[in-house]
Design a binder for this molecule. Structure first.
Ligand SMILES: [Fe+2]
Ligand SMILES: [Fe+2]
Length: 289
């Protein structure tokens, strides 16, 4: 194996483990038939997370008139999305929010891109009547690009490489630059990280195939398409992670999901903006501006 691939594998082995309770919550959300009560039970096992849920539901940003004092009511009011934001924002924070130097991104770009992808994936799930995949698409969107955290430490993209890739009229995907330079890409490395953490199979597959949903196993193909579209719309909205801006190829399989009137897609872009602002406001205390 090349030295660089060995070094990348070593970095994957060094990433901190995710807490067992977070793993239980991620596994629960991966089941399309999970119940809110089961989620509540797992949250109650984590004092810090339970406290954060109560703080969040009683915050001015959430805007309830009467205080919420029980976890039953807190989880019902919150729903799974802000809870997943909190879990991934806090429990995985040590690995999730680096500067992505190799991508020439800013602090917080990966989080903003991932949050927008999650919201877009969920909205596409609802728009295409795949409600049962809504929560899972959201969580998968939050985690889809984790491989960039490690790839960023090895990427060194010169202006010449970028100029060559971004020639006028040339359709490109930044994934190919990663492969050219490193013989691997953030989807392969992301899957290695997901395996090391023991993430549910559905999340591992999305992390591996979100750029090429047509290559995903049939069982998870629809989920991969939803995250692919969320990812594309995050990029179209100007939320990429540095040098990969506007270098994203729409997968042919996903085109059938875009057969809506322009006005419907335009509204979806506005909805992503609105949902993003709301979600960001709720976690603003804990994230860099
Ligand atoms: Fe990606
Ligand atoms: Fe992405």
């Amino acid at each position: 194996m090349d030295d660089i691939l060995l070094e990348i594998s070593e970095k994957v082995r060094e990433i901190p483990q995710v807490s067992p309770n977070t793993m239980k919550i991620l596994n629960l959300i991966a089941d399309p038939e999970y119940s809110v009560m089961e989620l509540k039970k797992l949250i109650e096992l984590d004092v810090s997370l339970a406290t954060k849920c109560l703080k969040l539901v009683n915050s001015a940003a959430f805007g309830l008139r009467t205080p919420v004092e029980t976890m039953d009511r807190a989880v019902s009011y919150l729903g799974s999305k802000p809870i997943m934001n909190m879990i991934i924002n806090s429990d995985m924070d040590s690995v999730f929010d680096p500067q992505l130097v190799g991508y020439q991104a800013e602090n917080g770009d990966l989080w903003a891109h991932s949050l927008r992808t999650a919201i877009g994936a969920k909205l596409f799930a609802d728009l295409t009547d795949n409600y049962e995949l809504s929560d899972l698409a959201y969580t998968a969107g939050l985690l889809h690009d984790i491989g960039k955290i490690i790839i960023a430490q090895f990427l060194n993209v010169s202006p010449e490489i970028l100029q060559n890739k971004y020639e006028v009229g040339k359709e490109t995907d930044f994934l190919e630059v990663e492969t050219e330079l490193l013989k691997t890409d953030h989807t392969e490395v992301g899957q290695m990280m997901a395996l090391r953490w023991g993430l549910p199979e559905a999340l591992q597959i999305v992390i591996r195939f979100h750029h090429k949903p047509d290559k995903a196993p049939l069982k998870y193909r629809k989920l991969c398409i939803l995250v692919h579209l969320g990812d594309l719309f995050a990029a179209l909205g100007g939320y990429s992670t540095g040098v990969d801006s506007l270098a994203y190829r729409l997968n042919p399989l996903a085109k059938q999901y875009l057969k809506f009137k322009y006005s419907v897609l335009e509204k979806l872009i506005c909805d992503i903006d609105v949902e993003y602002s709301k979600a960001y406001e709720l976690i603003a205390d804990e994230k860099p501006q």
